[in-house]
Design a protein around this ligand. Structure first.
Ligand code: GLA
Length: 729
């Protein structure tokens, strides 16, 4: 078993293939955090933590004569509130008497095989059959709160999954104002925070900053995980590189508003807390009720590359589910940048025929196909075919497309409603709006209130209807505005602080029902590009449209940031037209494809406007992609930026798990005359094996490629790229 309880030392030690995590119950029943890092021989590591009298740090009543003991100065698994730990609390609880004090202490624990599940929430699965779970029960009789701290070890993945169940064990209602899912303590060291910020068309830009004294926080209050901040953080040693240095990740399986806070306190230790909701979160727990805080996947690795690889494997194999989790996905063409709202059967069919001829496998009809949808100001909610645009109906168009040999996919935006729609006219109370207040509009639309079961059932019903009526293999599930005016017309005033989270639970219920009912359909997530690109959504949609920005040069940053935590298989990426519709930039078709292949590969352009030589290139790209797909989907991913520091280029490498194949990709972002040579070192190869460098007609040992490296040829022209395949012989 990968979880050990030592009853003498009162230590609980969790082990994965490469890491050790230890906690201990101390003399006051506080569940102390002891160690998390590289795997060590099991030992009691409490010796690491020395206590001294720290001025202005209070002492728990039982320790009033032991002034060297303060909750403010010890590392804990779950930090308290209102009782003398002045650092980040893991929870905030309002008692009926108006106090906000909660100090849950250890009462018991249980260790069991398997992975815990969370009611109504996504959670990683025990895909390898080796998981074990620790449930540590903490109670505070003072306020009547019990917390169950859940830890599941995924040994092969070097992941520790964490979640918290809050229970009211008292006789009076409690209000949860903050519900943390995970508290991570780093007692010693000098840390950098890597977080992923952005905006529409520039999602998940990595930013690395030293953790300062005080609190650094990112999060979202938009009811979606957001373009602006991603619910994934890395804390790494200030000197950590791709290859070495302590690196910790916190990945939230949650798609709504969240807070990720990091604090460096007076004595230098760092605490990070991930919690659900924003400042407006308030959840009432009646006696006997419980609340599940979503899951966080923790991981530790020596070096950033390894950390990313660990998350890639865990997300791909333990978080994503269904038929499309691994292996082949159809290469698609999407109609959006080809025709936008101008959907005409002839034009669509022409696009489908051209695509089929090139080797594309799936046609996706994007926005604009439904009743009244002439532009993005109207009609969301009226999910029936638009007879003005499709006089012979959607069924006829689908069957004509199917005759070209392509599968068919459809765009929907189920969680939204336009004011100008039959749905809104019939059910104005289904939208999130505050009585007596004109709602804030976004893309001239409103967000449906998914906290309501009738709204959830409406969505399940109409999406099921589409999937049962038509021959549809794929659904693109969009979400194109942030939540505002968060008010549910069904709930009383004191429950309005629950609406945002209830809406996310509603979404998960809808998606769970649909993916279970339609296991052969591939669902791709989307939110104005990558505004809801998180591991929570990946439990239902194994692929998510990464960004509305399809410019390959912009995508280098967006995808690099995304791939710090999420695997290539989740990243929707398309080759679009040049000049690019978002930036106006012209790039070679080879570069556009090289970048899109670091993701769920597809096309999104008007093929009737593509030059014949580029059409030939596309045919070739699809063939190449097929051949490389296992490597692109399941290979170990290495960023090679450290080798190219100061160069206007971005490079990455994929190496098959068996080390028999590798693919190097380099994309330049500026071309210079008489330029210095670019040189990279391969990683992850078998040092003793011989590799053939396909495009270079060279054969070299792995150790040479890894240590002496490879010098790139001079690349010329606008935004050239370079790909090199390696094969073990
Ligand atoms: C969003 C998506 C796009 C496209 C449009 C359609 O912006 O990200 O890919 O589907 O909506 O309106």
């Amino acid at each position: 078993m990968s979880i050990l309880w030592n009853s003498e030392q009162k230590t609980l030690t969790l082990e994965t293939a490469g890491t050790t995590y230890q906690m201990a119950v101390d003399q006051y029943g506080v569940l102390r955090h002891v160690y998390y890092g590289k795997k060590v021989v099991p030992a009691d590591m409490m010796y690491l933590h020395r206590n001294y009298d720290r001025g202005f740090s209070g002492n728990p009543y039982e320790a009033r004569t032991n002034r060297s003991y303060s909750l403010d100065a010890v590392c804990q698994e779950f930090s308290s509130c209102g009782v003398g730990d002045f650092r980040l609390p893991s929870l905030r609880v309002l008692s009926p008497d108006g106090s906000r004090c909660a100090d849950p202490r250890y009462v018991r624990h249980e260790i069991r095989p398997g992975k815990y599940a969370l009611p109504g929430l996504p959670a990683a699965l025990d895909a390898d059959g080796d998981a074990a779970t620790l449930e540590a029960v903490l109670e505070d009789p003072g306020c009547g709160l019990r917390v169950r701290l859940l830890y599941s070890v995924l040994p092969k993945k070097d992941i520790i999954a964490r979640a918290v169940l809050y229970e009211n064990m008292g006789t009076a209602p409690l209000v949860l104002e903050k519900a943390g899912s995970c508290c991570l303590e780093l007692p010693f060291g000098s840390w950098d925070l890597i977080h992923f910020h952005g905006r529409h068309c520039a999602e998940r830009t990595p930013e690395r900053l030293p953790v300062m004294h005080g609190i650094q926080a990112v999060g979202s209050g938009r009811g979606m995980s957001s373009h602006q901040h991603n619910p994934f953080l890395i804390l790494c040693d200030h000197l950590a590189t791709e290859d070495r240095g302590d690196c910790y990740g916190m990945m939230y399986l949650y798609s709504g508003s969240f807070r990720a806070e990091v604090e460096r306190e007076a004595y230098g230790s760092v605490r990070a807390v991930m919690s659900v909701g924003d400042e407006s979160f308030r959840w009432t727990l009646l006696p006997g009720e419980s609340f599940a805080a979503p899951e966080v996947l923790l991981s530790y690795a020596d070096g950033l590359a390894r950390l990313s690889q660990q998350y890639h494997a865990a997300v791909r194999e333990n978080v994503c589910r269904g038929e499309y989790r691994l292996g082949h996905r159809p290469v698609l063409i999407n109609s959006w940048e080809a025709v936008y709202f101008h959907i005409q059967p002839d034009r669509i069919l022409d696009l489908a025929r051209r695509a089929a001829d090139l080797g594309v496998e799936l046609f996706v009809l994007d926005d604009g196909w439904f009743k009244g949808r002439t532009d993005d100001n109207r009609a969301l909610g009226d999910w029936v075919e638009n007879r003005d645009k499709l006089p012979e109906g959607l069924g006829r168009l689908i069957s004509d497309i199917r005759k070209t040999g392509l599968l068919f996919g459809l765009w929907v935006e189920p969680e939204m409603v336009s004011e100008d729609s039959d749905l809104y006219r019939a059910h104005p109370d289904w939208a999130l709006t505050v009585p007596g207040r004109k709602p804030t509009m976004g893309r001239n639309q409103l967000v449906l209130d998914l906290s309501r079961k009738d709204v959830q059932d409406f969505i399940i019903h109409f999406v099921s209807g589409l999937l049962e009526t038509y021959d549809i293999s794929y659904i693109k599930w969009d979400f194109n505005r942030s939540m505002t005016d968060v008010y549910s017309h069904l709930l009383p005033a004191e429950k309005q602080g629950e609406v945002s989270h209830r809406a996310v639970l509603g979404l998960y219920r809808v998606l769970e029902t649909l993916v279970t009912r339609f296991p052969h359909v591939l669902f791709e997530g989307c939110a104005g590009g990558g505004g809801r690109f998180d591991a929570g959504m990946m439990h239902y949609t194994p692929q998510i449209w990464c960004s509305d920005d399809t410019d390959p040069i912009e995508r280098l940053t967006i995808q690099k940031g995304t791939l710090f935590g999420y695997p290539l298989s989740t990243v929707g990426a398309h080759v679009s037209i040049a000049p690019n519709h978002q930036t106006g930039r012209t790039t070679p078709i080879a570069t556009r494809a090289a970048v899109a292949m670091a993701g769920g590969f597809g096309y999104e352009l008007d093929l009737s406007r593509v030059a014949p030589e580029d059409l030939d290139a596309i045919r070739e790209q699809i063939r190449d992609f097929r051949a490389d797909e296992p490597l692109l989907r399941e290979g170990l991913y290495f960023r090679l930026d450290e080798d190219l520091a100061g160069m206007d280029a971005c490079a990455w490498l994929l190496v098959s798990p068996e080390k028999d194949k590798a693919l190097l990709t380099v994309v330049t972002t500026a071309t210079h005359a008489n330029a210095p040579l670019m040189h990279v070192r391969f990683k992850g190869l078998d040092p003793d094996a011989l590799y053939r460098l396909k495009e270079e007609d060279l054969t070299l040992p792995g150790s040479v490629l890894m240590h002496a490296g490879f010098t790139l040829p001079m690349l010329r022209g606008d935004y050239p790229s370079f790909r090199l395949h390696l094969e073990r012989i």
